[in-house]
Design a protein around this ligand. Sequence first.
Ligand SMILES: [Zn+2]
Length: 495
Amino acid sequence: MQLYKSQPLKIHNSLSGSKELFEPLNEGHVGMYVCGPTVYSNVHLGNCRTFLSFDMIFRYLRHLGYKVRYVRNITDAGHLEDDADEGEDKIAKKARLEQIEPMEVVQRYTVDFHNILQKFNILPPSIEPTATGHIIEQIEIIKEILENGFAYEANGSVYFDVVKFNKSHAYGKLSGRKLEDMIANTRDLTAQDEKRNPQDFALWKRAEPQHIMRWPSPWGDGFPGWHLECTAMSTKYLGKTFDIHGGGMDLKFPHHECEIAQAEASYGKSPVNYWLHANMLTLNGKKMAKSTGNNILPNEIFTGENNIFSKPFSPAVVRFFMMQAHYSSILDLSESALLASEKGYHRLMEAMEALEWLNTSSSSDFDVAAWRQKCYDAMNDDFNTPILIAHLFEAVKQINLIKERKSDITQEDKELLQASMQAFVYDLLGLEGKTAGGAADSNKLDGVMELLISLRNEARANRDFATSDRIRDQLAALGIQLKDGKEGTSFSVSG
Ligand SMILES: [Zn+2]
């Protein structure tokens, strides 16, 4: 039996504002779409938090036994500097400044994006489509919206008619905004404006002669509006209505609101059953922004080359830090928080190691089955990873007591505890331990360490302390700590 049948999952749906029982459209299958990056600069840490959150959600759905089709796009055209359809295309601007082709910009930052996500142990999505690869699909949707009367053409551009749409549909239902309030708070249109109302948004923009990224369309050469690509790619691969749509909180309005409007105006259907939004990451209590210098790139944390933290932190520690907060709450990054996470991460990994070698008894003092269900209850409550982690540390405490022979566990319970800890720590939270490189690598490491430890013992026996200290110190420099105990020397590897 699949786990999802015995583990009912509740998800906070941004559309209804409440926690709902998750029921996919097709039993056993989940379609999930997450807005990906606009690849015109290095991926920032706040975006990484969004992708880490949805990676955890993807992993948990798969763990429950669902077949998940996870689509995460790459925006490689159409994203203008300004949400109000003004300013330059972000990628075209970077290409102009660096005097390279727009597709060189796209290639460079797509590679960077994949590289960083891999360091964080984020699984690749099932499909990663690009906006430029779906121009035809986008044009088809515009034609349908025009035919249904919810868009109009002006000088080679096509705009979505928000005011007309709102007469028969509810524009603003996801973000909780009312069109009347939006109208009251915006400037009047000027004579040069092509839009009928300031709230209207571009589905297609006419390309000026100097604009490099351009495609032919029934309305002349141009390029698609940013919101349209996500409607085209999500419905193409997941169907006109699908289960989960995710993204950062900042995309709720206007981006996701416009996606709903486009889908309803073209297909006459609400596109998404569950909307999920991941919250923001702040740095030392303040919003991250390049302009104020309160900003750090993922690689700058991993290498320690930055003016904000006194030491480097590994991707696994940063990932663990992010998992210690609920995906929908604001999380503040600081040196003290990272140091605490690093300590916790090592305690957890040491317990994972110790768990393998625990002696078993004829009785258990730890109710592993009840503990395991508490872990699932936490995850089933809108993916509550901080509560899950609190339960994992309850197990760490028990493991250490058993190790010190102050508590007992049966063989059967030990096996259940091992399987559960591995599932929660490695598969769900995506943390990598000593064995993350695979069992073969781990065996090799064990063999090499055995050799080094015996050479060090020989040196010590010969009172050659210069050599024995050199072995210990150089291993420490590589992040491998030796511990001398009654039963000989053991080692641990830090993340
Ligand atoms: Zn999107």
